[in-house]
Ligand binder design. Structure first.
Ligand code: SF4
Length: 683
């Protein structure tokens, strides 16, 4: 027989939020290579170790290939008809017993835009509830809230291409060299070509070694640090008075607040020397084209939304947003489609395109298009879903591609919620920590086997194309959602992903000019893209801000301490984050050769703390918090400050997220992953 021909499929990386365009070379059902696309709009011929090499999971013998149904406590293979029929009966009886709000769904960045759109439409129109949320609740929900309040739209203010022209980069709470390597390399290149660099991060991350100033605030003190920088901008006449008069509001209130944040007081709160606060503010304040790039070190706090607002204050004070005299405030999203999941309305209070469910006109527009009543009450957020399950109020929880028992905080309590909920349904690629606790497991396609679109961190729609068929009887989430609707006798419309995006575009002016056909022709389009024949807006707010009054809003939010602080019982502060070879719970990357690059979760700690605990490199160590216990391997590192420890969460068996608390951002409920008080002992 002739060997199968080599095929090339252009798609978008399914890992981080950079959204690298990749060419997947296949022969038959085998991936021969993944090659970064030279004409990729963000990556321009580059990709990292995840996008290039972490594809071996495709053929892992552990891939789920058949639906599973729990019978007598054991998950057994069944047909799709049996599995979907069981889910449909469960939804029907839950609604009969507890009303539509007894059903909820958690979506994720694993799902395409079209799948997110279809899932929220299913919940709202077939079930009749707004109980739908997505994994942005755990990462960038404070960005959505903070950027919307400051500027009017829930996305970064500028394209990454603009950021690359900046002459001063303020990189805050992000480690792009490991978590977003293609962006990390481009930022570094910019610095090597002369841009000034301020890094604000408790750890001495890779970029910090190239920084003009490295600010190392105590975890949980960001707001005070940003106010200290703003204080210096005002005190030294570095604010843009004309911009503030014409295009911003809130200056008197902020100026009054900032009198409480002189560098000396900020130094006392944050641990950052006052001279460094002044030096950093001068670099940012005197630059011609400053840009802010930030990550989860800003958002995953008890006051994460305040952190985003306080950071946005800096750009507003400098007139560095919407003017071309700087490149605004730009979040680095950790996951490929976490922006898109929210754009598509997989949120309990927002319809597609960030239209509020409480807004009658928005609801009526959706109701006309969908031919169904839309409930007016916002639904449950993810932590509220778990609480409702534990209380017996939630009877069906459908989880699409999110391993909540590995990545959510305080996983012991999450597992309790799943055990209490009468029907847990899981769309998954592997039998994850969550799937193994589900009642029905629906085998899902991976990003290499899907058709649709993703939106990356700079609001760029790009196509996702199937390079391969899903293995066995696995199906794309799009087909699974339709299958559940069919089993309930409901018609969802949108027979194809292209039709789903077309319907969303008809509903949401921000996306009105975007279609599969256009993306196939042009490669990528940034939203807002209200017209089919005009480019999308990579740089926002040239004319006016999208707030109701058209102005940028400064925020006078005082610094408030984190939810957890070290004490005599738990004397160290643990910060969690990502490492370069793995992605989130690692369910895909651990099943590839990337495992050889990084084989376990380690606990990084300062040599002084290691000596105090009698620990050497490679020693097993037990980490305990007020919430749980994890077992890790000690690694001494001067990257972490004394009194702090750092670990990733890529190996669920180590139990890192049993340690983290379910305290969350006071505005959005985003967990406080970045501040957990812990203690250590030898294993
Ligand atoms: Fe690009 Fe991120 Fe994928 Fe790496 S993980 S190839 S940086 S999109």
């Amino acid at each position: 027989a002739r060997p199968a021909e080599l095929a090339r499929t252009r798609t978008t990386c399914g890992y981080c939020g950079v959204g690298c365009a990749l060419d997947v070379l296949t022969r038959g059902e085998e991936v021969v290579a993944v090659v970064p696309a030279h004409d990729g709009p963000v990556n321009r011929g580059h990709a990292c170790v995840k996008g290039r090499f972490a594809h071996g999971f495709r053929t892992s013998p552990e891939r789920l290939t058949r639906p599973l149904l729990r019978r007598g406590g054991v998950l057994e293979p069944v047909t799709w008809a049996e599995a979907l029929g069981h889910v449909a009966r469960g939804i029907r009886s839950a609604v009969a017993a507890g009303g539509p709000d007894a059903v909820a769904a958690i979506s994720s960045a694993r799902a395409t835009n079209e799948e997110n759109y279809l899932l929220q439409k299913f919940l709202r129109t077939v079930v009749g509830t707004n109980n739908v949320d997505n994994c942005s609740r755990l990462c960038h929900a404070p960005s959505a809230a903070g950027l919307t309040a400051a500027f009017g739209l829930s996305g970064g203010t500028d394209s990454f291409d603009d950021v690359e022209r900046a002459d001063c980069l303020l990189v805050v709470g992000a480690n792009p060299v490991e978590a977003h390597p293609v962006v990390g390399a481009r930022l570094l290149q910019r610095v090597l070509r002369g841009a000034r660099l301020v890094v604000a991060d408790p750890r001495a991350i890779g970029l910090a070694h190239h920084a003009d100033v490295h600010l190392r605030p105590r975890p949980g003190t960001n707001v005070a640090l940003f106010h200290g920088l703003a204080h210096v901008l005002l005190a030294e006449g570095l604010a843009d008075g004309e911009f503030l008069r014409r295009r911003a509001t809130g200056l008197p209130e902020l100026a009054a607040l900032l009198t409480d944040y002189p560098p000396d007081r900020v130094a006392a709160i944050t641990g950052v020397p006052a001279g460094d606060v002044v030096a950093a503010a001068r670099l940012y304040g005197q630059a011609g084209r400053p840009a802010i790039v930030y990550g989860l070190g800003v958002t995953e706090h008890l006051h994460g939304t305040d952190g985003v607002r306080a950071l946005a204050n800096l750009a507003i004070l400098r007139g560095a947003v919407g003017t071309g005299r700087g490149f605004g405030v730009n979040p680095l999203r950790g996951q490929n489609n976490v922006q898109g999941a929210s754009d598509m309305g997989a949120l309990p209070d927002l319809l597609p395109g960030y239209q509020r469910v409480t807004d009658r006109a928005a609801r009526e527009r959706a109701a006309r298009l969908w031919r169904a009543e839309i409930p007016a009450e916002p639904g449950l957020r993810i932590p509220q879903m778990f609480a409702a399950a534990r209380a017996g109020d939630l009877r069906v929880l459908w989880i699409v591609g999110e391993d909540v028992c590995a990545t959510d905080p305080d996983t012991t309590r999450v597992a309790e919620a799943l055990e209490t909920c009468p029907l847990v349904v899981c769309n998954e690629v592997f039998l994850s920590e969550t799937a193994r606790r589900a009642d029905v497991v629906l085998p899902a396609a991976s990003w290499l086997e899907k058709d649709g679109t993703f939106v990356n961190f700079d609001r760029r729609f790009q196509r996702v194309r199937p390079a391969l068929d899903p293995p066995g009887r696995a199906r794309a989430d799009f087909a699974i959602i339709h299958g559940v609707a069919d089993a309930l006798g409901a018609a969802l419309g949108c027979p194809t992903p292209a039709a789903a995006l077309a319907e969303c575009a008809a509903l949401v002016p921000l996306f009105a000019g975007i279609s599969h056909e256009r993306l196939d022709r042009e490669g990528a389009v940034c939203w807002p893209a209200p017209h089919r024949d005009r480019p999308g807006e990579a740089r926002l707010y040239r004319e006016r801000f999208a707030t109701p009054d058209g102005l940028a809003h400064l925020a006078a939010c005082p610094y408030l301490p984190p939810g957890e602080s070290p004490d005599d019982h738990y004397p160290l502060v643990m910060v969690t984050g990502r490492r370069w070879a793995h992605y989130n719970s690692g369910s895909m990357t651990r099943r590839t050769r990337n495992l050889r690059l990084d084989a376990d979760d380690r606990l990084d700690l300062h040599p002084d703390d290691a000596a105090r605990h009698g620990l050497l490199d490679g020693d097993p160590v037990i980490v305990e918090s007020r919430h749980g216990r994890a077992r890790l391997t000690a690694r001494t590192s001067r990257e972490v400050a004394p009194g702090q420890v750092f670990c990733a969460f890529h190996f669920p068996a180590s139990g890192v997220n049993t340690l983290t608390s379910d305290l969350g951002d006071t505005v959005t409920s985003c967990p406080e992953y970045k501040v957990t008080a812990v203690r250590l002992r030898s294993a």
